[in-house]
Design a protein around this ligand. Structure first.
Ligand code: ADP
Ligand code: MG
Length: 142
């Protein structure tokens, strides 16, 4: 058990639906602290770089287009086992397979438009947090 930081994005589908606040509340209710948050409309190049790990997957192009269809809300969350706990609260990638009560089960529209992103490992978080936030945008809290 360790205090971790993770990168969460409320994706453009969830912002467009007007459920960003409800999604953010799920994380706050779980005791995770918001250290950083903003609204951004990603460019295609910025989305492509963020998801570069998926560049050979068949859904890559479509994913990058989806992530640029409107503004999203990236955040840095911190807490005990934050990376794994955020993944549990989010649910499986495919909302049809996501457990009842998870964000994706409740708010995702499809396997692509699935409402939320969360870093999948400490290595991913270490890449994703500085990809979207500069140090002065992150507010350490006790
Ligand atoms: P996760 O976000 O659960 O970590 P992945 O890292 O496998 O999932 O995929 C990144 C994102 O790509 C997903 O959240 C989803 O938006 C999209 N995606 C994943 N698999 C598919 C697919 N089979 N078809 C379309 N989009 C997909
Ligand atoms: Mg992933």
């Amino acid at each position: 058990m360790a205090i971790e930081r993770t990168l969460v994005i409320v994706k453009p589908d969830a912002v467009a639906k007007g459920v960003a606040g409800r999604i953010i509340s799920r994380f706050e209710e779980a005791g995770l602290k918001i250290l950083a948050a903003k609204m951004v409309h990603l460019t295609k190049a910025r989305a492509a770089g963020f998801y570069a790990v998926h560049k050979d997957r068949p859904f890559y192009e479509s994913l990058c287009t989806f992530m640029t269809q409107g503004p999203c809300v990236p955040m840095v969350l911190e807490g005990e086992d934050a990376i794994g706990r955020v993944r549990e609260i989010m649910g499986a990638t495919d909302p049809a397979k996501a457990a009842p009560g998870t964000i994706r089960r409740e708010y995702a529209s499809s396997i692509e438009a699935n409402a939320v992103h969360g870093s999948d490992s400490p290595e991913s978080a270490a890449f994703e947090i500085p990809y979207l936030f500069s140090t002065p945008e992150i507010f350490p809290r006790s």
